[in-house]
Each structure stands twice: as structure tokens, then as C-alpha cells.
Write a protein that binds this ligand. Structure first.
Ligand code: GAP
Length: 512
């Protein structure tokens, strides 16, 4: 199965098993908006808990808040979003479809990278253990040709990006022969800037303005509460404020499922520090955040840093943590050194003094900020796309299994009476009643045991517990492991500690 096919199958699987539904589906859906179903919301909540606890419990100097989506419109002027939160858009004159010019170029570069990766994989297969990747890349004519093409386009793109030269974006698209996927033509308009914020109206504000914006990031809710938290929490620099919440962007390129949505959720943390220490803290948070990801056990090789060549209007250093999605390495989290841009501007625009008094030096200053910002939905997609597997079994059948990290799995254990009679359902219900306070469990008595195992594999349940006739005598149950499919007979009294060892989020947190 190609990665493209795999992705389509995954999207269908997410719907079939209650993870993610297209929004407003009975009205034919709403582009780039998705709802989470009964399984999806559990997975999402577990991810949020892993992040929240890693931030606020493992760091004594980080606290959380929950600020509102609606904020005073001047906030978005101060933050630069009104003037600078734009995407470069280009239209195809034949299909009348609109695209992000930067995404068209990045996808083109991504395809060249894929071609190179395929050549390298072929080489590895051909030469086996003696394969020297660096030498292969330096000498193979196909790789050299593709790499030269990549470097040429990439250099032009970076220069155009740094100079905000949108005419050059268009020229790159034309020179590379990038066509509209719908019309197949290269008949492009000029590139224009398009603001991503959604606006709506409100009764009134202190300045009489009634246009307000749905927040495009949660970060500003943290900045405007900096003084409140610092004072009421008696926080001493360095300290952080964390927040999880919805953000809204009028994304034009509505593709790749929940990767790019118009309504999505962010987990952001702003870390307030002394000016001059930002590059040290930036490095520190890069390492900490990468460790958080790798700790999930989805393979360190599936993550990489992508340091920004063009910095956002607020940053003096920035990197992305990228994950290998089925459509290539793409941004999962952004880490930015935001200087004093936000607090400084809020001080200017609000007229309120936003400073930190350092009791040790007697100085007052506007703190600098390191931000870590990760998308909840992109993490859900990373977990699901890595977890989805179709396996051939020894008996010739195939099974679909989601090997979700156990601590994140929506359902931790399924309790299955072998038959619907002879007192087995009653024992199974007792086990459910006992376990339900500690774990999200499912009771299932329908269909053959094999079918029930398949249903649980498909939603990623780490353990299936089967109650059979022997259970009535020996008070033991058969526990089947999702990944190895091995079965073990254990006393009912030991169930809780067995499950807990594998699924307890604290065990993940302890490894950080
Ligand atoms: N406060 C900084 C900020 O918002 P960003 O790189 O624009 O930075 C941070 O966004 C993260 O939010 C991204 O790494 C991504 O995971 C997530 N994100 C951004 N736009 C998104 C969208 N349209 N749909 C889903 N997730 C998105």
C-alpha cells in the first residue's frame, strides 16, 4: 500500500471506529472542520493530559490558565496579527481554485525529497550491509541530479521568503511547471496576501469597536494575563504559563484531514525569562520538547528539527519539531524565541506597565519569552498514522490493529464473557465495576470472541480480558495482549496492577 492509499484507509478507519467524523456530515460537511467521536475524544483527552501534566506537574515553575476565545480587538493589533498574519495565495485561472503559493512550492520540494529517499532505499536494498549512505548520496547520478534540482529551487524559495517577494513565488511555480491538480494547467494569477483571522461582532468594547476576532492562537491569552498570574502566583522569573484551547484560522488549503483545520486546538506554554538568556532557554526547551515526543515510543527517527530560515514577525530564533506523517515530514510543534515583542507591544498598546521587578538586582525589565506551541489535532494524527497497521496472521487472516501508546489508548481494557449465559456476564460485569474507577473499560458480549478481539484491536485497546467457565472455579481470567496477541491466565485480583503497569500515564511521565 502506498502512503497515499494508507492515508485514505486511515481516514476511513477513523470514521468507522468513532475517532473522527467530518463536521456537519448530514449537511454534506464543512471543509477543514472535523468532530471527534467517542474514541477520538478519549485519545485527545489523554494527549492533553500527558502534555498538561508534563508541563504543570513536572515543572514547579509552570502554572496553567484557561483564557477566553474572545478578546479585546486591540490585542490583535498589538500582537501584529491584524497586519501580518497572512498567507500568500494564488488562484488557478482555469479551475478557479485557490492555493497557498508557499505550500505548492513546499509540496514540490517534498516530492523531490521523496524521489531521493526512494533511490537511497533502492541502494540500501541492493548493497545490503555494505551500504554507505553518505557515499551513495555523493556519487549516485540520479540522487545528484535530484539534489541539484532541490537545492536550486530551495535557495530561490528561501530568498523569496526572506524578502517577502511574492512575484518570485509565482515565478518559481511557473519555472518548476507546478500545475493545478484540478485543471492540470499552469495558468496562475499573481500571489496576494490574505489575512487568516475570522472576525465576528460583539455588542461593544471600551473603544466602541464591535468587530472582534476568534483567536488565531492561544498565546495572547497568556500574555495579557502575565501580570495577573505573576502577581497572584508570586512567580519568580524564570517561570511559565501553560494553556490548552481552541484556535481558529481561515485556512485556504483545506487538505490532509485534521492536519490543517479551520478550528483546532493548541497546547501552548510561554516561558518568561531574563533578556539575554533566551538562546540558552531556547536550546533547553528544544531538548525538553523533543524528549516529550520521543518518550511516546513512536520512534526517534520519525521526528526531526527544522530550524527556520525566515523568522515570524515576533521571533529571534525558531524551530519546528516535524513528524513523519504519511504525506512526509511536517510540522507538529513550533518552538519560538519571541523576545519581548508581545509583552512590549501590549505595554505600548494598553498603556499599562508590564514589567518584572528582579528583587536580586533591583532592576525592572520586560521579560523575554520562549514559546512551545503544539497542535493537539496534529498529535492525534501523528499517533493514529503511526499506530495503524494491517497485519497478516499465521492462520492467513489479516487484522487491523492500532498500536497506540498504551497510556494514550481510548479504552484500556475490554471485558468479554466467553458466552452470554452460565453466570459469565455477571462475573464480567463485576470485573467492569471494579476496574472502571481506574481505567476506561468496555464490556462486550456480542459475536464470537475472535470478532470481539478484532474490534478491540481496531480501536487500540491494550488488553482483552476473557471470562470463561473456568473463571467460576479458579477466579482467573485470560488476558490477551494487543501487540503480541499472547494470552496469559491471571487471577482477577491481579488485573488492576497488570493493566496499571502498562497504561498508567505516570509511568510515561516518570521517564521524562
Ligand atoms: N503561538 C504560536 C503559533 O500559533 P504556529 O506554528 O502557527 O505557532 C503552532 O502553530 C502549532 O499549532 C503548529 O505546530 C500546529 O501543530 C498547530 N496548528 C497550526 N495551525 C493549524 C491548523 N490550521 N490546523 C491544525 N493545527 C494547526
Amino acid at each position: 500500500m502506498t502512503q497515499d492509499e494508507l492515508f485514505k484507509v486511515l481516514v476511513a478507519h477513523c470514521k468507522e471506529y468513532g475517532f473522527i467524523f467530518p463536521s456537519s456530515e448530514i449537511y454534506d460537511g464543512l471543509a477543514a472542520v472535523y468532530d471527534y467521536g467517542q474514541m477520538g475524544v478519549e485519545l485527545k483527552n489523554n494527549i492533553k493530559q500527558y502534555w498538561w501534566n508534563a508541563m504543570t506537574r513536572l515543572n514547579e515553575n509552570i502554572v496553567g490558565i484557561d483564557s477566553c476565545i474572545f478578546m479585546h480587538p486591540r490585542i490583535w493589533e498589538a500582537s501584529g496579527h491584524v497586519s501580518a498574519f497572512n498567507d500568500p495565495l494564488i488562484d488557478n485561472k482555469d479551475s478557479k481554485k485557490r492555493y497557498r503559493a508557499d505550500v505548492l512550492i513546499e509540496d514540490y520540494l517534498g516530492k523531490i525529497e521523496e524521489k531521493i529517499a526512494k533511490e537511497v532505499a533502492k541502494g540500501r536494498k541492493r548493497f545490503g550491509d555494505s551500504f554507505d549512505e553518505a557515499q551513495f548520496r555523493a556519487t549516485n547520478p540520479n540522487v545528484l541530479r535530484e539534489q541539484a534540482k532541490y537545492d536550486e529551487v530551495h535557495n530561490r524559495y528561501v530568498k523569496a521568503e526572506q524578502a517577502s517577494d511574492f512575484a518570485e513565488y509565482r515565478q518559481i511555480i511557473i519555472d518548476c511547471g507546478i500545475v493545478c491538480p484540478i485543471s492540470g494547467t499552469c495558468n496562475w494569477t499573481d500571489v496576494r496576501q490574505f489575512n487568516l483571522m475570522f472576525s465576528t461582532s460583539i455588542g461593544s468594547t471600551s473603544e466602541g469597536a464591535n468587530t472582534i476576532y476568534l483567536r488565531p492562537e492561544t498565546a495572547q491569552g497568556i500574555f495579557v494575563n502575565y501580570l495577573n498570574v505573576q502577581k497572584t502566583g508570586r512567580m519568580k522569573i524564570p517561570f511559565g504559563i501553560a494553556q490548552i484551547g481552541k484556535a481558529f484560522r481561515n485556512e485556504i488549503v483545506a487538505r490532509q484531514f485534521i492536519f490543517r483545520m479551520r478550528e483546532f486546538e493548541q497546547m501552548e506554554m510561554q516561558f518568561f525569562i531574563k533578556p539575554g538568556t533566551e538562546l540558552e532557554w531556547f536550546k533547553n526547551w528544544k531538548e525538553k520538547r523533543m524528549a516529550w515526543h520521543v518518550n511516546l515510543g513512536m520512534g526517534a527517527e520519525n521526528y526531526r528539527f527544522h530550524d527556520h530560515e525566515k523568522l515570524a514577525h515576533y521571533a529571534n530564533a525558531a524551530t519546528d519539531i516535524e513528524f513523519q506523517f504519511p504525506f512526509g515530514f511536517k510540522e507538529l510543534e513550533g518552538i519560538h524565541s519571541r523576545t519581548d515583542f508581545d509583552l512590549g507591544n501590549h505595554q505600548k498598546f494598553s498603556g499599562k506597565k508590564i514589567q518584572y521587578f528582579d528583587p536580586e538586582t533591583g532592576e525592572s525589565f520586560v521579560p523575554y519569552v520562549i514559546e512551545t506551541s503544539i497542535g493537539v489535532d496534529r498529535t492525534v494524527l501523528a499517533v493514529l498514522s503511526h499506530a495503524y497497521k494491517e497485519e497478516k496472521l499465521e492462520n492467513g487472516e489479516t487484522r487491523v490493529v492500532l498500536s497506540i501508546p498504551p497510556a494514550l489508548a481510548p479504552v484500556k481494557a475490554a471485558v468479554l464473557p466467553l458466552v452470554k449465559k452460565d453466570g459469565l456476564p455477571e462475573v464480567a460485569q463485576q470485573i467492569m465495576d471494579d476496574l472502571k474507577y481506574d481505567f476506561n473499560c468496555q464490556y462486550d458480549e456480542k459475536d464470537s470472541i475472535g470478532k470481539r478481539y478484532r474490534r478491540q484491536d481496531a480501536i487500540g485497546t491494550p488488553y482483552c480480558i476473557t471470562v470463561d467457565h473456568d473463571t467460576l472455579e479458579d477466579h482467573c481470567v485470560t488476558v490477551r495482549d494487543r501487540d503480541t496477541m499472547t494470552q496469559e491466565r491471571i487471577p482477577i485480583a491481579e488485573l488492576r496492577s497488570l493493566i496499571d503497569k502498562k497504561v498508567n500515564l505516570n509511568n510515561l511521565l516518570r521517564n521524562l
